[in-house]
Design a protein. Structure first.
Length: 203
């Protein structure tokens, strides 16, 4: 299956997917990697793996809507079966969701619906929860609100700080992403309201 990955940062999740793709049985081909900014390690990782990259910066467009259209067109060129947001720090707009809304997944570093937004681990520590984690979900028009595919819990340790918790979550998050992206493309999926079912047959 053809997968496009969107990112804004270091790309450790992308790297985990690329590593998994070395096994043909995994069933995934990362056909392109897109970003909203230049000079990020994620784009270097893609290039090192021989995967085509593109950048669509919001300020390069007259409006957010034009950026949304341009991003949609860029992704569509690669005819993805699934689009993966792996640390992509932009909310896509209505054009993108119209094109890819039922096949656009995001990984977030908290146990949603707790702690949406860009400081999941920090907010979990501040609140004092004893279980943090990561959530894979289908993106909808809200911020980290879409139908949940999978979650993994990560204990908060007494001596955790933001960095240590963030890194421990990322280990579990990468594993979850690799497992479920593979399952989605190999087994198919169905979204019914908020319920996601993996493994649907057409018969
Ligand atoms: C992930 O932990 C994701 O949840 C958060 O940003 C991180 C992306 O890391 N939004 P990387 O760029 O894949 O290393």
């Amino acid at each position: 299956a053809r997968v496009v990955v969107l990112l804004s940062g270091s790309g450790s999740n992308l790297q985990a997917l690329l590593d998994a793709c070395a096994d043909p049985g995994y069933g995934v081909q990362v056909v392109a990697v897109g970003a909203d900014r230049d000079n990020i390690a994620g784009l270097d990782r893609a290039a090192a793996a021989g995967v085509p990259t593109f950048v669509e910066r919001v300020p390069a467009h007259p409006s957010r809507e034009e950026w949304d259209r341009a991003l949609t067109a860029r992704v569509a060129e690669h005819r993805p079966d699934l689009v993966v947001s792996a640390g992509f720090l932009k909310l896509v707009g209505p054009h993108f969701l119209a094109a890819f809304g039922d096949r656009y997944v995001n990984t977030h570093n908290s146990l949603l619906p707790a702690f949406p937004g860009i400081h999941g681990p920090r907010d979990a520590l501040t609140y004092g929860v004893r279980l943090a984690g990561a959530t894979l979900f289908f993106v909808d028009a809200g911020v980290d609100t879409g139908p949940i595919i999978a979650q993994v819990a990560v204990p908060v340790l007494d001596d955790d700080n933001e960095d240590s918790l963030t890194e421990r979550i990322k280990v579990a998050e990468r594993q979850q992403l690799v497992t479920y992206v593979g399952r989605l493309v190999r087994e198919g999926w169905k979204i019914t309201g908020r319920k996601v079912t993996i493994g649907v047959s057409d018969t």
